[in-house]
Design a protein. Structure first.
Length: 464
């Protein structure tokens, strides 16, 4: 983006006006434009050459922007053509080329007709930015860098070899031919660290955490850094497990989040319902009575909360599973209209991924249980606590998966004992939610989720 546009007070509006003016000349009446505009400020931490202290380096801020243009054309038999293009140029020539490409796609891409969002809807009021961080991200990073240096000096079990901490300030704008126009802003934080532990024989183990936080008060590195360093140290003692055709496993919130988002999060969509690929049916008992799963796009402390979704519909809270019973599906504009429902504010699109609309959970909430994590472990005679898989991606339709253990502990007679690395846990998430042995009353916020620890029965452990 040129400095002239980048530095203008209302640059996102200026970009919208520029693209809109070119679309209006194209002869296409039905359209929408979705713009991402953002700034990244970064802090890097590295071990010094003398290997006795942590050095910090504040990087120059980086600006990025991209946008998606969709052109529509009504067809006979209640059909509609759609041409989608994404780009990151303000060149009028490039915009005109993109419009020409979108118009060519209109000739070959036809689907069911649906209406776009109109102005006049009511929206919730949410706090989605930290004002101090928005106004002075570099000052915030300098302060946080000093805290991190001190916290990293104090850890004993392992040392850090690399760290990255970033502030993201984002603006998103949606406008369409119906005179709908809205802007939203957000601040969030990305972290990535490497912790290394070396024993007296020179063997090395590493633990590499990475993820996102939504709010400043979630940046509890004084608690997280010792935990991560301990995991690196314990990995030095890790052994391969023995095969077990029926073992109970406890998964932490981070892994529960992935397992549920990629299975329940798919099957609960209006698209899966419409295409008859959903594993779920409203009114069926699909899980144990203790399991309640909610999608909530309005929780201010969770990553994907905002006032409206990628199509302009208000976000909301939707109960998907209540006491084990499938209650509700989630919808975007298109599939809500095709099925005769109402959008639940779950449309998501990303210009960097082509800009197509996906239906996704905003924020995953799993209600806590009634027993502590200590009790979950304590009442397990022969089980495993899996802290990290090297790769966990269940099949969204079948629920099946096989995941290699990267970091885990055996549980013997109610105590965490031997660290484990290697071996494969296999199972089916849709079966697992019917075989829950316990849900902790403790929950953790993990990016776009607030989830407890859950113990699952009868998992299959395969030794490598």
């Amino acid at each position: 983006m040129s400095e002239k546009l980048k530095n203008r007070k209302n640059s996102i509006e200026s970009l919208a006006d520029l693209v809109k003016s070119q679309v209006s000349k194209s002869g296409i009446e039905k359209w929408d434009i979705y713009i991402h505009n953002g700034q990244i400020n970064s802090l890097y931490l590295r071990k010094s050459k003398r290997d006795i202290k942590v050095e910090t380096e504040l990087k120059d801020s980086r600006h990025y922007f991209s946008y998606v243009l969709r052109l529509f054309q009504d067809k006979p038999d209640n059909k509609m053509a759609c041409g989608i293009v994404s780009l990151n140029s303000i060149s009028i020539n490039e915009i005109q080329k993109a419009i020409k490409k979108a118009k060519s796609i209109l000739k070959i891409n036809t689907g069911p007709k649906y209406e776009l969002v109109s102005p006049g809807m009511k929206y919730p009021s949410l706090k989605t930015i930290d004002k101090d961080v928005w106004e002075d991200p570099e000052g915030f990073l300098v302060k946080k860098g000093k805290e991190l240096k001190q916290q990293l000096r104090e850890i004993i079990p392992a040392s850090t070899t690399f760290g990255k901490f970033r502030v993201y300030r984002k603006e998103k704008m949606l406008l369409n031919y119906l005179d709908f126009s809205k802007i939203k802003k957000s601040t969030n934080f990305y972290y990535e660290f490497s912790f290394k532990s070396v024993d007296e024989k020179g063997r090395m183990a590493e633990y590499w955490p990475a993820g996102w936080f939504k709010t400043v008060d979630q940046l509890k590195f004084d608690e997280l850094i010792p935990e991560w360093a301990t995991l690196a140290k314990d990995a030095l003692r890790a052994k391969k497990p023995s095969s077990n055709k029926s073992i109970d496993i406890i998964l932490p919130p981070r892994l529960v989040r992935i397992a549920f988002l990629e299975t329940i999060g798919y099957s609960a969509t209006g698209r899966a319902l419409y295409e008859k690929t959903s594993h779920l049916k409203e009114g069926d008992q699909i899980a144990v009575d203790d399991l309640t799963v909610i999608d909530d796009g309005l929780k201010e402390d969770l990553l994907y909360s905002s006032e409206w979704d990628s199509e302009g519909n208000p976000k909301q809270s939707t109960t998907i599973i209540e006491n084990g019973i499938m209650k509700n599906f989630i919808f975007d504009q298109k599939f809500a209209q095709l099925i005769g429902r109402t959008s639940t504010g779950n449309a998501q699109r990303n210009p960097s991924r082509g800009g197509n609309i996906n239906i996704e959970l905003n924020n995953l909430i799993v209600n806590p249980g009634s027993i502590s994590l200590k009790e979950l472990v304590g009442n397990s005679k022969n089980a495993m606590y899996v802290n990290k898989f090297s790769w966990l991606h269940p099949n969204p339709i079948t629920g099946e998966f096989g995941a290699t253990i990267d970091n885990a502990y055996l549980i013997e007679n109610g105590k965490l004992t031997q660290p484990i690395k290697g071996g494969i846990i296999s199972g089916n998430v849709y079966d697992m939610i019917q075989n829950i042995a316990g849900i902790s009353k403790e929950t953790r916020i993990v990016m776009n989720s607030k989830v407890p620890f859950i113990k699952f029965r009868n998992m299959h452990l395969i030794a490598n």
